[in-house]
Design a protein around this ligand. Structure first.
Ligand code: SF4
Ligand code: SF4
Length: 443
């Protein structure tokens, strides 16, 4: 049996907005743009209260190699440098900009000069583009593989397997030309010879559009995948499309593969063509409390409250707000939370959907093991975590867990298995740091 031969769960699709092209939201009165909208070090703000800014203007520089610059998403005046409460209870530095309603584009916005692989990577670095499927990893870092012969296949991730979310689906339907140009850029500057576009088969319109777009391109294949969550998980996608397994502690490029989300690639092409950095995002606004589900093109930093007001509000009081989907979404502290670069959906759930089912003792049914796409044993991890057994947690390879939520979803006892896995990973990190400190002290 291969490592990924059991591919997850049949989660409800609820793709209510798949047929709805995004509507463009006018600038809200204010935006709050955090310095952390990516994996890595927070960007450093270079503006101060009272400064006027225009759309696309650099307002924060990347701080170090794993970071990303940030640009103004509206034109107006910087009101203050502040902090904002993000999911997970962390406060991040943020800038509050009052919009002048004009959306005047900065004169710094101009197509970058790209002549070779190095200037291509540098342009992506300047664009502020990060993994838009949700990961938020700086895209320039991912594509900066130094030796381009290491990559023989690029996988374009159009799986979008989470319930409700359709923003990537709309990219494939509405921005096919951007994707075509993105593939040409990869061929030209990365020397890409083979491209596979993976799309779950519950998105027939997107599959059709991609097949039409790349019909005459022999390097590109559109692969229709089963509608089984989590087909869009990076390691699952790599296995399902190439039958390659990324070993623990290794990256996709170590098995010759780069995975790029379809909206990320479309944004790269748009930036190279126009020079407009990543300042807006298509967000699916849906969930059981939402009155009129839709896709909305939102200036980054728009609050969820402003997005909801524009999008038609709620049909009942939302009891829970999520960044992202039902399976991997992260709860928001409140509706002042801003739309981030990597926000692909805001879900608002009613009382029934928001209420956690009562947790009962483990039944030893093994369903969590059966449904884990990478064959971990969440039930054993939970025991090792309870016992504080770090050696056992390492043996059980909890660090491979991609937090897809399949185990929690199928558990009849409603055990908080994903949360336990997150805590277990943190426990292993703390243990490793402690061991390293001991070694250093000895030395
Ligand atoms: S253990 Fe991790 S990877 Fe496996 S189903 Fe649970 S959350 Fe997903
Ligand atoms: S699915 Fe839930 S009840 Fe069944 S073994 Fe796993 S943790 Fe226990």
């Amino acid at each position: 049996m291969s490592m990924f031969s059991l591919p997850g769960v049949h989660a409800p699709h609820r793709k209510n907005t798949a047929g709805l092209a995004p509507v463009v939201m006018p600038p809200p009165a204010t935006v709050t743009i955090p310095a952390v909208m990516h994996i890595g070090r927070p960007a450093k703000f270079i503006v101060k209260a009272g400064d006027t800014v225009q759309v696309g203007q650099l307002i924060a520089e990347a701080d170090g190699p794993i970071s990303a610059p940030i640009h103004a998403s509206v034109s107006g005046t910087v009101k203050k440098l502040d902090t904002v409460l993000l999911s997970g209870g962390n406060r991040a530095p943020a800038v509050l900009i009052a919009s002048d309603g004009e959306m005047t584009v900065s004169e710094t916005v101009a197509p970058p000069t790209v002549t070779d692989y190095a200037s291509f990577i540098e342009a992506i670095r300047q664009s502020g583009i990060v993994g838009l499927g949700g990961a938020g990893f700086p895209t320039a870092v991912k594509l900066d593989i130094k030796d381009t012969t290491r990559c023989d296949t690029v996988l374009i991730n159009g799986a979008e397997c989470e319930p409700y979310i359709t923003s990537d689906t709309r990219t494939m339907i509405d921005r096919a030309e951007d994707l075509r140009q993105g593939v040409e850029l990869l061929k030209k500057y990365l020397g890409t010879k083979r491209v596979l576009i993976g799309i779950e088969k519950n998105k027939p319109e997107a599959i059709k559009k991609m097949k039409e777009t790349f019909a005459s391109d022999g390097a590109v294949s559109v692969v229709s995948m089963p509608s089984l969550y989590p087909q869009g998980g990076e390691k699952v996608l790599i296995y399902n499309l190439t039958r390659r397994i990324v070993p623990e502690g290794k990256l996709p490029i170590d098995v010759g593969v780069i995975v790029i989300n379809c909206t990320t690639l479309a944004e790269i092409a748009a930036y190279i063509r126009t020079g407009m950095p990543l300042v807006s995002k298509c967000v699916t606004f849906d969930g059981s409390a939402v009155a009129e589900p839709k896709n909305v093109l939102v200036p980054i930093g728009t609050s969820v409250a402003d997005l909801a007001a524009f999008a038609g509000g709620y049909k009942c009081e939302p009891k829970k707000l999520l960044y992202g989907g039902l399976m991997m979404g992260i709860a928001l502290p409140d509706a002042t939370a801003p739309v981030l670069k990597n926000t692909n959906a805001i879900l608002a759930l009613d009382e029934k959907d928001a209420a956690p089912a009562p947790e009962t003792p483990c039944l030893r049914c093994g369903k969590c093991v059966d449904h884990c796409p990478i064959h971990l044993s969440p039930v054993s991890i939970a025991i090792a975590h309870r016992e504080g057994d770090c050696a056992r947690l390492a043996d059980l390879k909890v660090n491979l867990c991609m937090e897809c939520g399949c185990c929690s979803y199928v558990c009849p006892a409603h055990r908080p298995l994903v949360q336990t896995n997150r805590l277990s990973k943190a426990m292993l990190r703390a243990h490793a740091a402690k061991e390293q400190a001991k070694e250093e002290k000895k030395a």
